[in-house]
Design a protein around this ligand. Structure first.
Ligand code: BTN
Length: 270
C-alpha cells in the first residue's frame, strides 16, 4: 500500500453497486501475489475485501504455473470470501467467478466463453484465469481467496512466444484500450449478484446457467489430463452441482470435479 490508486478509484466507486464485495480495498503498487496477501490477512478482514495490485512479481496460476502480471496493464486481484462451506465444495466459488467475469465482458461488448472451470476464452485464446485457494478448520472453510487475473491492456510484446499462442488481451481483441476501473466494478458487481444466493441459500442456478450457456467444452472431444495420464472423452454437460459430465471412448460416463483435471481440446489450446 502507500501509493496512489492508479486504477481510477473515483470511477470504481461510481460504477460499484455492491453491498460488501470490494467495499474494503488493499491496494498495492507492486506485490508478490495478491492471493498470498489475501491469505495473510483473511482472518482479520471482512468478507468481500479486495486485494489488488498494479503488478505481481510472483503471480501464480493453477498447477504451480506462473501468471505474468505486468504493471498497470491488467486486473490482478483477490477477493476474501467467508462462506459456510465444506472444503470439497469450494470449486463452486471458481464457477461463480467465471460466470461473473463472462457477464461483465458481455456488458462491455466482448463475447467470451468459459473453459470449465476457471478460464475465460475470447476468440479462441485465454484472457483470464481464476485461482481459488482456501484456509480450513476441521471440515469447514475459514476463508476462500478468489484470485482473478484479467489480461486487460497487455500488448503482444508482454507475452512470450509460447504464451502468445494461447493467451491474448482484451486490448488486442478490441483494438483499443479498455477502462480497467469500469471493468473491475462490473466484475465485482456480478460476483456479488451470483455469490449472495449461493451464500444464503446454496443456490448456484444462475451461475450454472451462465457456465452452460457459454461453455466452450460442452459437445467437444477433449483430452483429460491426470498427472501423466491422458484420456480421450466427450464433454456431455455441466450438472447442477457444477461438475463436468464426460463420456469416455468405452462409453463409461463420469462426473469430473473442478481442480482434479485439466481439459484440452484435441487440437490447439481449446
Ligand atoms: C490460472 O489460469 O492458472 C489462474 C490464474 C490466476 C491469476 C490471478 S492474478 C491475481 C491472483 N494472484 C495470483 O497470484 N494469482 C491470481
Amino acid at each position: 500500500m502507500g501509493c496512489d490508486f492508479v486504477l481510477d478509484k473515483g470511477s470504481l466507486d461510481k460504477h460499484l453497486i455492491t453491498e460488501f464485495i470490494g467495499r474494503s480495498i488493499e491496494y498495492y503498487d507492486s506485490i508478490s501475489s495478491t492471493n498470498n496477501r489475501g491469505k495473510e490477512i483473511a482472518d482479520e478482514r471482512q468478507e468481500g475485501t479486495l486485494v489488488i495490485a498494479e503488478e505481481q512479481i510472483q503471480g501464480k496460476g493453477r498447477l504451480s504455473r506462473r501468471w505474468i502480471s505486468p504493471k498497470g496493464k491488467g486486473l490482478w486481484f483477490s477477493i476474501i470470501l467467508k462462506p459456510d462451506l465444506k472444503p470439497d465444495k469450494v470449486y463452486k466459488i471458481t464457477l461463480i467467478g467465471a460466470a461473473a467475469i463472462s457477464e461483465a465482458l458481455k456488458e462491455i461488448g466482448i463475447k467470451s466463453y468459459i473453459k470449465w472451470p476457471n478460464d475465460i476464452i475470447v476468440e479462441g485464446k485465454k484472457v483470464c484465469g481464476i485461482l481459488t485457494e482456501m484456509g480450513c478448520e476441521k471440515d469447514r472453510v475459514k476463508y476462500v481467496i478468489m484470485g482473478i487475473g484479467i489480461n486487460v491492456n497487455l500488448e503482444e510484446e508482454d507475452f512470450d512466444d509460447e504464451l502468445i499462442k494461447k493467451a491474448t488481451s482484451l486490448r488486442i481483441i478490441a483494438g483499443k484500450e479498455i477502462d480497467r476501473s469500469i471493468l473491475l466494478a462490473k466484475v465485482l458487481n456480478h460476483i456479488e449478484k451470483l455469490y449472495i444466493p449461493f451464500k444464503e441459500k446454496g443456490s448456484l442456478d444462475e451461475t450454472i446457467r451462465i457456465c452452460k450457456e457459454r461453455s466452450i467444452l460442452i459437445g467437444k472431444e477433449v483430452r483429460i489430463l491426470r498427472g501423466n495420464t491422458e484420456t480421450l472423452a466427450k464433454v456431455l454437460d455441466i450438472d447442477d452441482e457444477g461438475h463436468l459430465l464426460v463420456q469416455y471412448e468405452d462409453g463409461k460416463k463420469e462426473k469430473i470435479l473442478s481442480g482434479e483435471v485439466s481439459v484440452r481440446g484435441r487440437e490447439g489450446y481449446i
